[in-house]
Write a protein that binds this ligand. Structure first.
Ligand SMILES: [Zn+2]
Length: 294
């Protein structure tokens, strides 16, 4: 199982020169199964670039399939979906999983994003590829050889937030975003879900000593404590704050790696970076000290 980050930024894209090394697109991560499975975690603006790359293969001939796991419908997790040519080519088939809102199903909510108020597409009925919205539950399901598990972590009515776990053999990736650990039950639920994962991808735009209203995220320290408690092998922080420059991310990573080293923790810490293709298991054979900050 391999993985590539196409969007690591939270809230809004950050195209400035000071964000180039880690990347400035909003949330989108792609998992590649060894059997050719493609699973997309969230479709922020990073999805535009992934979708364009797909045009070189069967998706460019209108003969492609794609599974999307949407955590919630805030713009930074959804806004890239209507743009790439791959979703406009008849014949392509998108299977979209995600939570429904009290305001309507995921299909209705997304159809609203394509309405003439926001988009020249004029709604789902006028988009080329087939979009199938799949009901989501805590019942595991298969995408080829990948096992997918989903878990509600916030029961907010208008935009509930779910987490995902993707497993293939010994490799497992857990993706948790936009969750603040306001009570012991949410913490325990997340901990159980992330237990023994090869890789935990966790939103962490701010640290505990930054007094910022972040609309519902755990802090860097929360992500680290969760990863340690769940005995995760590697933690990748993402959903970086739009103001966090590359140099500041370098410093943040160095600071928390030093803290982990002082605690003699086995956990490998990284900061999600757009671009490199990562092998989910091979990641762990490289010790933090041997890896260069990109
Ligand atoms: Zn977000």
């Amino acid at each position: 199982m391999k993985l590539r980050f196409y969007g690591v930024r939270g809230y809004v894209p950050t195209p400035g020169a000071q964000y180039l090394r880690y990347g400035g697109n909003t949330c989108c991560t792609v998992i590649y199964g060894t059997g050719g499975e493609l699973v997309v975690l969230d479709s922020g603006t990073g999805f535009c670039f992934f979708g364009d790359e797909l045009l070189a293969g069967p998706h460019g001939r209108g003969d492609g399939e794609l599974v999307l796991l949407i955590t919630h419908t805030y713009w930074d997790h959804l806004l890239g979906l209507p743009f790439p040519g791959v979703v406009h080519l008849p014949g392509n088939r998108l299977h979209i999983y995600g939570p429904d809102s009290a305001r309507g199903s995921l299909e209705i909510v997304y159809d609203g994003l394509l309405s003439p108020v926001y988009s020249p597409v004029y709604g789902l009925a006028h988009i080329g590829a087939t979009h199938t919205f799949q009901p989501i539950s805590t019942e595991p399901f298969q995408v080829g050889g990948l096992t997918i598990r989903a878990l509600p972590l916030s029961r907010r009515l208008n935009s509930p937030i779910w987490a995902y776990r993707v497993e293939e053999g010994a490799a497992s990736v857990v993706y948790i975003t936009d969750v603040r650990y306001t009570d012991a039950q949410i913490w325990q639920t997340a901990l159980t879900f992330a237990r023994d994962a090869s890789l935990l991808i966790h939103s962490a735009p701010y640290t505990r000593d930054e007094a910022v209203e972040d609309y519902g995220h755990g802090r860097v320290e929360d992500a680290i404590e969760l990863a340690l408690s769940a005995q995760v092998r590697q933690l990748s922080l993402f959903h970086h704050a739009p103001t966090r420059t590359d140099d500041e991310l370098d410093a943040l990573l160095a600071h928390y790696r030093a803290e982990l080293a002082a605690r003699k923790a086995e956990l490998m810490l990284d900061v999600a970076t757009e671009g490199p293709l990562l092998d989910v298991l091979d990641l762990h054979r490289v010790r933090p000290a041997e890896r260069e900050i990109p």
